[in-house]
Design a binder for this molecule. Structure first.
Ligand code: ADP
Length: 365
């Protein structure tokens, strides 16, 4: 296969026109092009041109045109065209919303799974929670918003490239749920350097440009931490509530408290706290060891006044099945699946309790 050069992409993008007729290849809004083998990423930054800051919809069409042209080229295996900048500043508007919505689908509840820091098992909990909700009969999607370290493709054993019809990306399906992650859209061997606004745009793209269809619950695996990107995401996504994952130690709980404060600040109801890696039960002798202490999460939840959603054990099967791309919650014979089904039941109870209003309608453009 011919090695793609940046200049090849510039040539392809010549035929993409801005609303005033200027070629995208010439326009200042084209802020970055990267090629790696057959993988291409293009960034269109509305902030670079004053014409587009007041007209966010205009660039959404340009983005879709650019994506369609690149996808048609046989040399390109995978391409991502991301829109960033100006539209993010337009309160309440999605930068990727096309000017005229074509189809309306309903996502009843968008639930964020967050943590104050990485490594506490947030993605593991998000993936197993999504599978468990589906086993309880719900229509479920899992959106991996952890763009810094997307792992949903590994947790669900996904390797197929998502298909796109030029406008919408089709989510992949596994273990009864729909799933989408940046891990399948960008080349993992050349990680993109995500600036704050890019994170927000990429995540809104996952929300708005993926053909989720009607869902009862969309579980969102949030980026870890409580920085600007997380705050923006919590503000810009119509979240029904947040589930906070923490280990039982004081240190992790300090971070978990920050995550709770962040969601409260943007008026997203905190559905509760899950204590992960709570107790280690020796697979040989059954002895219980509290490696990361025990019960800290439950105490903290009580003290803060949020629901406690349960303990999840530090368990070899959870780790092994996650690494194997086969979430433990899908295994009806595993006792750990029961823990996740209980968690899913409590999350549904909290959603009902915190949402007496008719389900929010999300217009997918
Ligand atoms: P985060 O999303 O918070 O960074 P991950 O979900 O990626 O964390 O988990 C980090 C590591 O810990 C992974 O290897 C995962 O398999 C493992 N892990 C998470 N929860 C558990 C658990 N309850 N028992 C055993 N291993 C776990």
């Amino acid at each position: 296969m011919t090695h793609l050069q940046r200049s090849d992409i510039v040539t392809l993008l010549k035929s993409v026109r801005l609303p005033d007729g200027e070629s995208l290849s010439q326009a200042a809004v084209l802020s970055d092009i990267r090629t790696e083998g057959g993988h291409v990423s293009v960034i269109i930054d509305a902030d670079l041109d004053a014409r587009f800051q007041s007209n966010p919809g205009a660039l959404a069409t340009v983005r879709a045109d650019a994506q369609a042209i690149l996808e048609k080229d046989q040399r390109i295996e995978k391409c991502t065209v991301v829109l960033t900048g100006g539209p993010m500043a337009a309160a309440g508007s999605s930068p990727l919303a096309a000017p005229e919505p074509e189809e309306e689908t309903v996502i009843k509840h968008i639930v964020a799974v967050g943590s104050g820091k990485g490594g506490v098992g947030k993605s593991t909990v998000a993936a197993n929670l999504a599978v468990a909700l589906s086993r309880l009969g719900k229509n479920v999607g899992l959106m991996d918003a952890d763009v810094y370290g997307p792992s949903v493709q590994l947790l669900l054993g996904l390797s197929e490239s998502p298909r796109a019809d030029g406008k919408k990306i089709e989510p992949l399906e596994a273990f009864g749920i729909k799933a989408m992650t940046m891990g399948l859209l960008v080349d993992q061997s050349t990680p993109m350097i995500w600036r704050g606004p890019m994170v927000g745009s990429a995540i809104l793209q996952l929300l708005n440009d993926v053909n989720w269809g009607d869902l009862d619950v969309l579980v969102v695996d949030m980026p870890p931490g409580t920085g600007d990107a997380q705050l923006t995401l919590a503000q810009r996504t119509p979240l029904a509530g947040a589930v906070i994952v923490s280990t039982p130690q004081d240190l992790a709980l300090i971070d978990a408290r920050k995550a709770i404060t962040m969601f409260e600040k943007v008026k997203v109801p905190v559905l509760g706290l899950v204590e992960n890696m709570s107790v280690f039960i020796c697979p040989n002798c059954g002895h219980e060891s509290h490696i990361f202490a025990h019960g800290g999460g439950e105490e903290a939840a009580k003290e803060i006044g949020i629901p406690f959603l349960g303990h999840l054990p530090l368990d070899m099967d959870i780790r092994v099945s996650s690494d194997a791309g086969s979430p433990v919650a899908a295994n009806s014979e595993s006792p750990q699946a029961g823990d996740f089904l209980n968690l899913a039941g409590r999350v549904l109870d909290q959603l009902e309790a915190s949402d007496p209003l008719p389900p929010p309608r999300l217009v997918m453009a």
